[in-house]
Design a protein around this ligand. Structure first.
Ligand code: NIG
Ligand code: FE
Length: 412
């Protein structure tokens, strides 16, 4: 028996024509049906439409009255570091006192601080903390999450992080994709021999990760003070030899050259882009490399916000994600990211919704199955508390308006 959601105040399908993603102006159309029904059976959406056309036999299913409430696709958080060792609130206080993120990284804090913590924790402990965060993001409407390694920076610890991430996919209702980010920072021991660390990543970590099938993508932190575009290309080519598509951290700390490498390597996404100019924006045009914006990083670190409107005007398909991590974004709330997108990036609520669902799914190349509510796609959805339109979510920025969450046809 399936579950019939009926009398939905507004159903936001986000896409209704099987689009892989929505670009530019098309992001404003969230494919809304007023006073709607939706049927979920065997994990999939099997039907939907206006109540006036509800098929007579649909009422044999379990029914949920959704009067006055909205239904939308579950959020797709396409960029996180959800499995991380410990929080770093001392660095947060140091930044309040005047140090910058880069100052902290230069004195061995930041990612290298987390690397130290990671070495001290077992896979079980990492998993336990990760599961707590997974439960938290499910409550705020995330149904698909990408999780990166990158705090281990040794063979054993990178495997530990990725195994924990894979287990979160097995133990929770979340759809999980994992990314190998061995090139997140150069460990102290290799600071005078960067090439040796890059060889370790490509020749030892990567084969071991792939032998256990622990990663779906490969990522590099291509930024000022971290990895250069040339190093990034070397590492991504090593990943490509194993069939791993690329994702890149680019332009968080400066114009890094990461966008060029991303386009050249046909990366699925280039992420951050707090600093991006017209030339890089036009480079991304007419490619399938999705710019993933992470506005909670700009909020938390006090750096500039990405120029989302200019990017949409150029016809790009923007995605939004949380970057949940202990240094630059210690939170995994997609509704909060939506609020920042609307208040700081000046995205319309419908644009932000498209960026948090369909376009996030495309950044993971999963939009054939998730990211919109269409017959044949997974029944991953959010039922809100009473609301007239999607605009209430980013507006009521401190309220959790997510009432119930469904993944693959079952309530969480
Ligand atoms: O996406 N920029 C690189 N990596 C993370 C932050 C890592 C950290 O500070 O722990 C990010 O912002
Ligand atoms: Fe990140």
């Amino acid at each position: 028996m399936g579950i019939l959601l009926r009398n939905i105040r507004r159903l936001y399908q986000v896409a209704a024509g099987r689009e892989r993603c929505k670009r530019g102006r098309a992001m404003q159309d969230a494919a809304v049906i007023e006073h709607a029904w939706l049927l979920a059976e065997d994990g999939l959406v099997t039907g939907l439409g206006p109540m006036a056309h509800l098929p007579a036999d649909a009422v044999r299913h379990e029914q949920v009255d959704c009067s006055g409430r909205l239904v939308l696709p579950g959020f797709v958080d396409s960029h996180t570091h959800l499995v991380f060792p410990r929080t770093r609130e001392q660095e947060f206080v140091d930044r309040i006192r005047g140090l910058s993120y880069e100052d902290i990284a230069r004195r061995g804090g930041g990612i290298l601080n987390s690397m130290q913590h990671c070495g001290e924790m077992s896979e079980e402990q990492l998993l336990e903390d990760g599961l707590r965060r997974a439960a938290e993001i499910l409550r705020s409407g995330t149904t698909t999450v990408e999780i990166k390694s990158g705090y281990g920076l040794t063979l054993e610890s990178e495997l530990k992080l990725l195994r924990a991430a894979r287990r979160i996919g097995e133990l929770t209702p979340l759809n999980v994709r994992t990314t190998f980010l061995g090139a997140h920072a150069i460990p102290k021991a290799y600071q005078h021999d960067r090439e040796a660390y890059i060889r370790l990543v490509c020749e030892q970590m990567l084969p071991a990760v792939m032998a256990e099938n622990l990663a779906d993508f490969i990522d590099v932190f291509c930024d000022i003070g971290f990895f250069t575009p040339e190093e990034t290309e070397t590492i991504l080519r090593a990943g490509a030899a194993y069939g791993l598509p690329a994702k890149i951290h680019a332009n968080e700390l400066g114009i890094s050259g990461g966008v060029e490498v991303g386009v050249k390597m046909q990366a699925y996404s280039v992420d951050h882009l707090e600093r991006i100019g017209a030339a890089e924006i036009s480079l991304l045009r007419d490619t399938d490399t999705v710019p993933v914006l992470l506005p909670s990083v700009a909020f938390f670190l006090g750096i500039p916000y990405a120029p989302a409107r200019a990017m949409m005007e150029a016809g790009l398909p923007l995605a939004l994600a949380t970057d949940y991590n202990p240094g630059s974004s210690p939170g995994g709330s997609m509704p909060f990211v939506m609020s920042l997108a609307c208040t700081q990036l000046r995205m319309l609520p419908e644009e932000a919704l498209t960026a948090c669902t369909l376009n996030g799914a495309f950044a993971l190349r999963m939009s054939d199955r998730i990211g919109s509510l269409e017959p044949g796609k997974q029944a991953d959805l959010i039922l809100t508390h009473p609301a007239d339109s999607i605009s209430l979510l980013p507006y009521a920025y401190a309220s959790n308006l997510v009432d119930r969450v469904m993944t693959r046809g079952s309530w969480v």
